[in-house]
Design a protein around this ligand. Structure first.
Ligand code: NCD
Length: 317
């Protein structure tokens, strides 16, 4: 067993945007996640690092993986979870309670808050009002920083390194928050990005400006084959149905890009296929059996990375 890490730059901090963290700080999270993974391999559960601590998961938008993996992570660390799974329906938000008031109340019940909300900036609002750390589990079309960290963990594990990679991001890059966070994270490792989307769903200008300012090499195309030609990693996303005002617009783009086993075989050897999930129809089932398909392993890695985040912000490592 490796010694418990001493470098923990996250104590007491919020996790709102990937840009709030340096490469060294993110690397510390990934290293801690790897240590937790090795504990699992040795079947040494549960850890009691967060015994007596409480995490509140407050989700105003649907979630399966993110909420369950945060809750699993907290339990794996010996902590407890209180949860509002359908906060827009079942919490006092329905009675008109503001995020500010929710924060002032939840901080009395929990040591850390994991929030998902449809409004961009809502995690910052929660954090401004809360005295306990807040983790942004998705703020509308904004960001999803813990997903970006587990995506980096996945790439590092599957490819062996984060350096020198070409990453194709495919799908709804406008509304998908995971790619907003991940592109900024990959910028720190000098990745080259190929952004594949129809023009109306292209990466937002502010994210592109940020990538340019960081000196990231990126290209934009609508052509899937061209986009995947040089890719070491294909990061596929679904068209974000819930962000379209007109269902007809959604139907226009849904199914535009579909990766199947043939697409993967025609791509660069060893290219891994990732997806934050849920998938709709972007990846055919015949990809699942290929060694390139990393998306279910990616969902598993989520627990280790979220364990690392929880243990680090709560100062337990
Ligand atoms: C993503 C999200 O909620 O942004 N899902 C997730 O957290 N794994 C991606 C998506 O919903 O398409």
């Amino acid at each position: 067993m490796k010694p418990i890490q001493s470098y923990n730059p996250l104590v007491g901090r919020d996790v709102l945007s990937i840009a709030d963290f340096t490469k060294d700080e993110i690397s510390a999270v990934l290293a801690q996640a790897a240590r937790f993974e090795s504990r699992l391999m040795q079947d040494r559960w549960p850890l009691q690092l967060l015994s007596g601590r409480i995490c509140a998961t407050v989700f105003y938008e649907p979630s399966t993986r993110t909420r369950l993996s945060f809750e699993s992570a907290m339990h794996r660390l010996g902590g407890s979870v209180i949860s509002v799974a359908d906060a827009l329906q079942s919490s006092s938000a329905v009675k008109g309670e503001t995020i500010y008031d929710s924060a002032r109340m939840i901080e009395c019940y929990a040591d850390v808050i994991v929030q998902r909300h449809p409004a961009v900036g809502s995690a910052h609002d929660m954090a401004d009002a809360s005295s306990v750390p807040v983790i942004n589990a998705g703020d509308g079309t904004g960001e999803h920083p813990s997903q970006a960290m587990l995506d980096l963990f996945t790439i590092e594990h599957e490819r062996g390194s984060l350096e020198g990679l070409t990453v194709a991001m495919v799908g709804d890059l406008k509304n998908g928050r995971t790619v907003h966070s991940l592109s900024q994270a990959l910028a720190m490792w000098g990745a080259e990005l190929v952004l594949v989307s129809p023009p109306p769903l292209s990466m937002p200008e502010d994210v592109l400006d940020d990538l340019s300012a960081r000196g990231v090499r990126f290209t934009q195309t609508q052509d899937l084959c061209e986009g995947l030609a040089r890719a070491d990693v294909a990061y596929i996303t679904r068209v974000q149905k819930e962000r379209f005002e007109d269902p007809a617009d959604y139907l226009r783009f849904k199914g535009l890009y579909v990766i199947d086993a043939q697409t993967v075989r025609a791509a660069k050897e060893g290219m891994i296929v990732m997806h934050p999930l849920p998938r709709v129809d972007e990846i055919a089932r015949d990809v699942d059996d290929l060694p390139n398909a990393a998306y279910f392993r990616q969902a598993r890695y989520a627990v280790f990375v979220r364990m690392a985040l929880l243990a680090m912000v709560l100062g337990a490592v």
